[in-house]
Design a protein around this ligand. Structure first.
Ligand SMILES: Nc1ncnc2c1ncn2[C@@H]1O[C@H](COP(=O)(O)OP(=O)(O)OP(=O)(O)O)[C@@H](O)[C@H]1O
Ligand SMILES: [Mg+2]
Length: 314
């Protein structure tokens, strides 16, 4: 462990501690290690700050995903890889304690939308039903768009580490529809965790429960967990009961995306045809609308992650 320029004393586990990191944008500078020091946790405060490096390389503050990509571009290290490396892939987890809310569907659709922009996309299927892995095997054409790997609970972290070391682009993780160990693991390592939820009380209650758990977990580990609720299968006619449910969402404390995903045939057809909307017949009006909605969602996600200036990483 390298010393901290602000002379904080190194500590052991950084559970319940904030973390200071010396980080240098020079590809050759060794000062890239975490330097933990004791400090009381404060909700909402940035948990990483940057001290520059003893070799006087330019510091970047704060270290965001976007800056990580800029670092990689500037240092020409776009293809050097490790868990701490600037160019590790962006991880998005789809997690919900409730089943049937549209995790696998939205994961497959977003995978298609990102692939259509030229990003390499790997989907890790952690659900024991293996919805996405089976889908990938049933439709061999999908291999030209993305990759899906089914994983057991015990192998998730090791495989993820391996993929972070060897891949760029996006890793989407489809977690089983229960609150379990992999839910916590995925949310902890993900850059963004998405919980799809229908506009119905049981879905909203479960999404809010997960949101509270993740907020608590975030405070425990001293690391922000970015969590957003994706309102899914919304009737485009906005019946009264859905309007009322939207009020429940606002009161529940969850953070929804500023858009919703409608209930549309092209979403439901993904598992029947093997074609995410971006790769389906776009002359069909419902497909065109689904693509429009997914592009809006993708733009919002990229903005949230500070990646909106990135060109397609083909
Ligand atoms: N926006 C949508 N429009 C139409 N149908 C949808 C939409 N989202 C999901 N569905 C349908 O809802 C059903 C459940 O979706 P999905 O399997 O993606 O949920 P899940 O959360 O992954 O479920 P599980 O917890 O069982 O894994 C599927 O039949 C799917 O086709
Ligand atoms: Mg599923």
């Amino acid at each position: 462990m390298y010393g901290c320029l602000e002379d904080h004393k190194p500590v052991g586990p950084y559970h319940q501690r904030r973390v200071c990191r010396n980080f240098c944008i020079s590809g050759n500078c060794a000062v890239k290690e975490w330097c933990g020091f004791s400090r009381t946790l404060m909700h909402g405060a940035p948990y990483i700050w940057v001290s520059g490096c003893p070799e006087q390389h330019t510091p970047i503050r704060p270290q965001t995903l976007k800056s990580r990509h800029l670092i990689a571009q500037r240092t020409g290290h776009a293809h050097s890889r490790s868990m701490n490396n600037a160019m590790r892939p962006t991880i998005i987890a789809f997690a919900s304690p409730k089943g049937g809310v549209g995790k696998s569907t939205s994961c497959a659709c977003l995978a298609g939308a990102l692939a259509a922009r030229g990003y390499p996309v790997l989907v890790l299927d952690l659900d024991q039903n293996r919805t996405l892995e089976q889908w990938f095997k049933r439709f061999p054409d999908l291999a030209g768009i993305l990759t899906v790997e089914g994983l057991g609970e015990g192998e998730f972290m090791d495989r993820l580490k391996h993929h972070c070391d060897t891949r760029s682009g996006f890793i989407l993780v489809d977690v089983a529809g229960v609150y379990q160990k992999t839910t916590i693991q995925a949310a902890t390592v993900a850059d963004l965790t998405i919980t799809p939820s229908k506009l119905s009380a049981p879905d909203i209650i479960e999404a809010a429960k997960l949101h509270r758990e993740l907020t608590h977990l975030s405070a425990m580990i001293g690391k922000p967990i970015l969590h957003r609720v994706l309102l899914n299968e919304v009737n485009p006619l906005w019946p009264t009961y859905q309007r009322a449910a939207l009020e429940d969402v606002k009161r529940s404390g969850v953070e929804p995306f500023g858009m919703v995903v409608h209930q549309r045939a092209p979403y439901a057809e993904v598992f029947l045809t093997g074609q995410p909307p971006h790769f389906a017949n776009r002359t069909r009006e419902p497909v065109r609308k689904a693509v429009e909605q997914l592009d809006d969602l993708t733009d919002r996600i990229l903005t949230l992650l500070g990646l909106n200036e990135q060109k397609a990483a083909a």
